[in-house]
Design a protein around this ligand. Structure first.
Ligand code: SF4
Length: 339
């Protein structure tokens, strides 16, 4: 693809488009947005077709509203069947999810997979298959034993100088390989008292210099709640670094708004830890979201889980790493799946 063969439609501004077709040489041809050239509205051609077909009454403004995307997420087999043909294995898996990691796909991410084959890597990230229901003797519900390192609700304190702060159990998409599938997707919210106890715990432990705000996905919370959380962490003098772990630039890029950035900017040094699985996730919308984050001074890193049939080959992994660097996301971790 080249700049004249636009993959996306940018509205209210001239398009400065990003190519990420899978037939590129690894790392080649991916364009980036220059500063001050980020289109205010951006919808890929594939997403436009999807919106017109399945959400014909939805305006582009609504489509680009992250709350609309969350409200209209696909969470049931009936909703999913309306937009895509499912395999027997997928149907059986979805029908047996009760008590397990739920199904959830944003309309945006659905637009990337609705017309794909059963082995498509993006589809396999979010559509359950029946193998997920099998549990071998060596698998554990909480493979990192986080519950035993949790002194107060929401805090995991495994390493002396840092804590994991799971501020929500909600994500906009549920990844089928999630290491926290024992807790993510459950209706177990932190109340104000839980937050206060967590802040007090961090404040009482002077050895903690690094707080990783994670979940679930913290960026599914409102700007006001994020402001409250980050403000209270920043009040603690010995906390030097705050990190946010999120997948929204990939699955809900509409969430990266100017208003969110104005909240986050108040709490530098703030690192954003992203999560990518495949180069096809680097859509124009995702590039726009990462560009906005990078332009606002947030160091971006990516963690990737090694996944069979999705990214366990050198060509795919190399393409992913090269493309991440081109959008100013530094590949940071490559994980082997937890058991
Ligand atoms: S976004 Fe992260 S926490 Fe949420 S389901 Fe995916 S891997 Fe799990």
């Amino acid at each position: 693809m080249n700049a004249n063969n636009n993959e996306a439609t940018a509205l209210l501004g001239e398009s400065r488009l990003v190519g990420c077709s899978s037939d590129e040489e690894p790392g080649a041809k991916t364009m980036i947005f220059s500063q001050n050239e980020i289109p205010t509205q951006l919808v890929s051609n594939g997403s436009t077709d999807f919106r017109k077909r399945f959400f014909p009454l939805t305006t582009i403004d609504s489509w680009n509203d992250w709350k609309w995307q969350l409200r209209n997420s696909i969470t049931t087999i009936d909703e999913l069947k309306k937009i895509m043909k499912l395999s027997e294995k997928e149907i059986m898996a979805i029908n047996n999810l009760k008590g397990r990691l739920p199904l959830r796909v944003t309309p945006f991410f659905a637009s990337l997979i609705y017309n794909t084959g059963f082995s498509n890597p993006l589809r396999r990230n979010v559509i359950p298959v029946v193998e997920e229901l099998l549990h071998t003797a060596s698998e554990q519900p909480d493979p990192l034993h986080e519950k035993s390192f949790s002194p107060v609700k929401g805090i995991v304190h495994r390493y002396p100088d840092r804590v994991l702060f799971t501020v929500t159990q909600v994500c906009s998409n549920y990844c089928r390989y999630c290491t926290r599938s024992h807790s993510v997707g459950r209706l177990d919210r932190l109340g104000k008292q839980d937050f206060e106890k967590a802040f007090s715990y961090i404040a009482a432990h002077r050895e903690i210099r690094d707080v990783l705000v994670s979940g679930g996905d913290p960026l599914t919370l409102s700007d006001e709640v994020l402001d409250y959380i980050l403000f209270n962490i920043r009040q603690i003098e010995h906390v030097e670094i705050i990190r946010i772990g999120t997948r929204v630039p990939v699955v809900l890029p509409q969430r990266i708004t100017d208003k969110l950035l104005s909240v986050l900017r108040k709490y530098h040094p703030l690192f954003i830890s992203l999560h990518f699985s495949h180069p096809a996730e680097i859509t124009p919308e995702c590039v726009k979201a990462c560009t906005m984050l990078a332009d606002n001074g947030f160091p971006l890193g990516s963690q990737t889980v090694l996944l069979k049939g999705i990214n366990d080959n050198i060509t795919v992994m190399k393409e992913l790493m090269h493309k991440l660097l081109k959008i100013r996301v530094r590949p940071y971790y490559l994980y082997q799946c937890d058991l």
